[in-house]
Design a protein around this ligand. Structure first.
Ligand code: SAM
Length: 178
């Protein structure tokens, strides 16, 4: 099973709250085990872990990490690093190789990322060579490199579980119905 962690760089608490929260939630939904936030914003950790508490799984957020030492530690432990940048190799040309990797850190920026990242990364990958959104970049990458269908994951210990249906909404409250 792939172990995937997101490293979020350059988050500005005054303007990136919503998008960083969505990066984390999207990564969680598609199978990442956690997100490392290289900025100090405990609100992001609380918001995402609150969702994870209700909807299951063990997704975590580490607040205020040092990005460089996290990358170095990850690589020392045998992990690979994929930096998402519109200047990189286009995803369709890199996905086959990345898919073989069982321990992957996906680095996603907000404001301009430090140039050093381009050299530290094993892959600098563009999700098409046009600017767009970090949420879309994470989602498309995780979908294209997944070893198993990422949308069919089951999340253990969920308080709430959705029953998929063609029309209407059904949510099981596992706590109440126990
Ligand atoms: N102006 C910034 C720069 O020059 O690096 C780009 C900011 S962009 C809004 C924020 C992040 O979204 C980037 O650091 C990258 O991780 C991701 N991103 C946006 N478009 C992308 C693309 N086409 N391919 C890969 N990543 C992309």
């Amino acid at each position: 099973m792939q172990k995937i962690v997101i490293l979020r760089l350059g988050h500005r608490p005054e303007r990136d709250k919503r998008i960083t929260t969505h990066v984390g939630l999207t990564a969680r939904a598609l199978g990442a085990e956690g997100m490392l936030l290289a900025s100090n914003d405990k609100g992001i950790k609380n918001a995402i872990e609150d969702v994870a508490d209700r909807w299951g799984g063990d997704f975590y957020v580490e607040n205020d990490v040092n990005w460089k030492s996290e990358i170095e530690k990850w690589k020392d432990e045998g992990g690979k690093v994929c930096h998402l940048s519109m200047y990189g190799i286009n995803l369709p040309d890199a996905a086959g190789e990345i898919k073989l990797c069982d321990k992957l850190m996906i680095v996603v920026g907000a404001e301009k990322v430090p140039t050093e990242i381009y050299n530290l990364a094993d892959w600098n990958v563009a999700i098409g060579n046009q600017p767009h959104s970090e949420v879309a970049a994470v989602a498309l990458t995780m979908d294209r490199i997944a070893q198993e269908e990422p949308l069919k994951r089951e999340f253990g210990n969920a308080e709430l579980t959705i029953v998929p249906m063609e029309r209407g909404k059904r949510v099981i409250n596992n706590v109440k119905e126990e």
